[in-house]
Design a protein around this ligand. Structure first.
Ligand SMILES: Nc1ncnc2c1ncn2[C@@H]1O[C@H](COP(=O)(O)OP(=O)(O)OP(=O)(O)O)[C@@H](O)[C@H]1O
Ligand SMILES: [Mg+2]
Length: 333
């Protein structure tokens, strides 16, 4: 549905994005994740025909953004970084205006407006001036205008910026509900957002794509080993050596709190059951047993921190796993 091939954008001598290539399938929700200045907005502006690429091609629904911009724009709903709203219009005046620009008239226009007012919870504010609305409501009006003509493709530049936590959850639910029937690209620098709503994540840094995969696989690909944390109340002197003998355990680190062991294990191998059994059988006083996984946040920081070293390719850098202190824990015993 969206196909971006080797797109470069230069502003004078400054290269904002460099040979960016990715695609989005029909019904897929893709997160465009990157720090400030990474090139997210630039890529979206090219896709929405707001400006042309310096090099490369971008296509939406089979139409070229540079050559057939009208066909592309018909199929796109775009929420720019700053919602394109008119302060001096009321919400319904504005939506009526946008709908007419989109070619909607009569009953179709009324029905589309009612659908989006309902979907975005704009009922209580529909007769108020947009200039008097809170930022969150203005953002919702921006989303309503993007959805009004029910486009198959949605390009949302930081859609949850300025919203309160409850609204963030609602908007994420809304985006998730669009999956399947719509192709969505949303940009964000908020990691949980990418994991919460997207099937695939493209990480962009310094204008280059540094990784592309599902949130789960991204974390897995950067991991070199699984880590398990074990805490024993009555650890014998030779506990580390005996833990080391368990199949799948590669290394045992001590030196943390008393009785705590950090086990580095073979990738893809879950040693917790066996470790638990050994600890219980030997009456070592099993207090805690949990796996430590790398979050998408660790992956993101690692990729964007080492941006220079991996700038040459689009493959993931094989850097050592982040320190256990920056990792988070999941399942516990
Ligand atoms: N009109 C412009 N003229 C010159 N440079 C620009 C222009 N627009 C963007 N840039 C530069 O291009 C780079 C990419 O900017 P872009 O706005 O695409 O980043 P972004 O990922 O959207 O960042 P943010 O998270 O802050 O919105 C930045 O270095 C920015 O300064
Ligand atoms: Mg931006």
């Amino acid at each position: 549905m969206i196909d971006v091939q080797q797109v470069t954008k230069r502003y004078g001598h400054h290269t904002a994005i460099d040979r960016v290539t990715f695609s989005v399938a029909k019904g897929e929700v893709l997160a465009f994740l990157g720090p400030n200045g990474a090139g997210k907005t630039t890529t979206m502006r090219i896709l929405t025909c707001f400006m042309p690429a310096t090099e490369g091609t971008a296509q939406v629904a089979g139409f070229d953004c540079a050559e057939q911009p009208l066909e592309v724009k018909r199929r796109i709903g775009y929420l720019p970084e700053t919602p394109p709203v008119y302060q001096e219009l009321t919400v319904s005046e504005y939506l009526r205006f946008v709908g007419r620009l989109r070619g909607l008239i009569g009953g179709a226009l009324t029905a589309s407006m009612a659908r989006e007012v309902e979907r975005l919870g704009l009922g209580p504010v529909q007769h108020r001036l947009i200039g008097n609305l809170s930022r969150g409501y203005r953002q919702r009006v921006g989303l309503a205008q993007a959805l009004l003509h029910d486009p198959p493709v949605l390009i949302l530049d930081e859609p949850t910026v300025g919203l309160d936590p409850k609204q963030i959850i609602e908007i994420r639910e809304l985006i998730k509900s669009l999956a399947g029937s719509h192709s969505v690209i949303l940009s964000t620098h908020i990691l949980p957002e990418a994991t919460a709503v997207c099937q695939r994540v493209v990480i962009i840094s310094g204008g280059r794509i540094v990784a592309e995969d599902t949130p789960d696989r991204l974390s897995a690909r950067l991991r070199h080993s699984e880590k398990v944390s074990l805490t024993l109340a009555r650890a014998p002197r030779d506990a580390a050596a005996r833990l080391q003998q368990i199949a799948g355990v590669q290394q045992v680190h001590t030196g943390g709190p008393p009785g705590n062991f950090l086990l580095e294990c073979q990738l893809g191998r879950d040693v917790r059951e066996e470790v638990g059994r050994v600890a219980v059988t030997n009456d070592w006083g099993l207090v805690e047993l949990k796996s430590i996984s790398m979050t998408l946040e660790d992956v993101f920081l690692q990729l964007t921190r080492h941006e220079e070293g991996i700038a040459q390719g689009t493959q993931l850098a094989a850097e050592p796993v982040a320190a256990a202190s920056s990792a988070t824990t999941d399942s516990t015993s």
